[in-house]
Design a protein around this ligand. Structure first.
Ligand code: KG4
Ligand code: ZN
Length: 377
């Protein structure tokens, strides 16, 4: 509908330069430039390399998204950007670009949370999120169970990983198997040829006295590494497909078991899964199976919307506009450890109306009062 908010979202928290454009719950453009190949030989994302790649890709990716959406920048109702969490230098490129575009175009700026964006993106696939939303968020940096009565203002963590994130475990196991980086997609592929029951790897924090909603993947990662080392030491060949399948099964077994439990305990009849690991084919299949058995409706966006992208940021930005949430200040900082409980970063004085609701009238003079230090803090 034409009266729904038209928002451009910028994502630069890690190695993807993402620019998406949405109108309400409708995806109009999803342009992504990845620097993943530049990190592969280091076995992980190198922050400085990522920042430089964002800088080079930023303007062309914005132009590509506008062209793909067939809209003029002047038609936008707002510009949303990932304010955190993520790599500080990488976030800074997106935040600075968003400020420059928003200021030049006279549009409100919305600094939003990367994790809430991973949840909100599902609105582009399956329509309005039910409230409260139960979400399992699994990415390279986070693994959490979240209950969100309102994705724009109220996100409550039920549990999270006490050590490695799920995606991190995929990346580390792939490294031990010499499968390259990132590990998730390649393990997913190998696992299809393997037997998930070949090796019984440990399921972290599933004992009767363990915290019900927290996760732990560090012990699993170590168990897999030890198992592989023992094979190699004995001069035996490592059955890569079986290791991949058995490891993957251990991860997704725990994730889905705890997520379904959280839904039941909290009387929520649906489960949203988001973040890069939600692209995993076995996680999707097992979640579907277990949710069906429990009478829970599963909502998982298509894989391209699960991994980092700008559309998810635009989706949350559009929700901010639709719900009249206050815009962010021109000195919006990039916050590498922005807590999941803060879906967006409103201007501190928003209660007094200085930065307005719904899209009009930032206080432009305020911009000139800022020192360079403030702008880039
Ligand atoms: O959300 P994301 O794109 O970036 C972060 O915010 O971290 O997630 C990246 C993570 C990486 O650890 C990657 O290995 C994992 O998601 N991943 C997968 C799959 N695709 C990406 N993990 C398992 N299976 C996949 N198919
Ligand atoms: Zn992410």
């Amino acid at each position: 509908m034409a009266d729904e908010p038209l928002v451009l979202g910028i994502e630069t928290s890690c190695d993807e330069t993402g620019v998406g454009i949405v109108r309400g719950h409708t995806l109009l453009a999803d342009a992504v430039a990845s620097s993943v190949d530049e990190h592969a030989r280091f076995g992980g994302v190198v922050p400085e390399v990522a920042s430089r790649a964002h800088l080079e890709a930023m303007v062309p990716t914005i132009q590509r998204a506008l062209k793909e959406a067939g809209v003029a920048a002047s038609d936008l109702d707002g510009i949303a950007v990932t304010a955190g969490p993520g790599l500080a230098g990488a976030l800074l490129v997106g935040v600075s670009a968003a400020k420059a575009y928003a200021y030049a175009l006279g549009k409100p700026l919305y600094g939003v949370n990367h994790l809430a964006s991973h949840i909100c993106v599902d609105q582009l696939e399956h329509g309005a999120l039910p409230e409260p939303t139960m979400a399992l968020l699994v990415s390279g940096g986070h693994s959490s169970l979240l209950l969100a009565p309102d994705i724009t203002s109220d996100v409550r963590p039920l549990g999270s990983t006490i050590d490695d994130a799920a995606g991190e475990a995929f990346d580390k196991v792939a490294r031990v198997l010499h499968l390259g980086f990132p590990g998730g997609p390649v393990i997913d592929r190998y696992a299809r040829e393997g037997d998930p029951e070949a090796i019984r790897f440990p399921r972290g924090l599933t004992g009767s006295r363990d915290p019900v909603y927290d996760f732990s993947f560090s012990g699993l990662k170590t168990a897999v590494a030890r198992w592989i080392e023992a094979k190699r030491a004995a001069g035996e060949e490592v059955p890569v497909a079986d290791v991949a399948a058995s490891f993957q099964e251990a991860v997704v077994d725990v994730l889905t078991r705890k997520a379904v439990r959280a839904c039941k305990d909290n009387g929520v009849d649906h489960l949203m899964i988001g973040g890069g690991v939600a692209a995993n084919s076995r996680l999707r299949a097992l979640a579907q199976h277990r949710c069906e058995k429990a009478g829970i409706t599963l909502r998982v966006p298509r894989p391209k919307l699960c991994t980092d992208n700008g559309a998810m940021v635009a989706a949350l930005g559009a929700e901010m506009v639709a719900r009249n949430r206050p815009a962010s200040a021109w000195d919006l900082p990039a916050d590498s450890s922005l807590p999941v409980t803060e879906p967006h970063v409103p201007a501190p004085d928003h209660d007094h109306g200085a930065h307005g609701h719904g899209g009009h009238g930032h206080d432009h003079d305020h911009f000139h009062e800022l020192s360079k230090d403030n702008l880039y803090s």
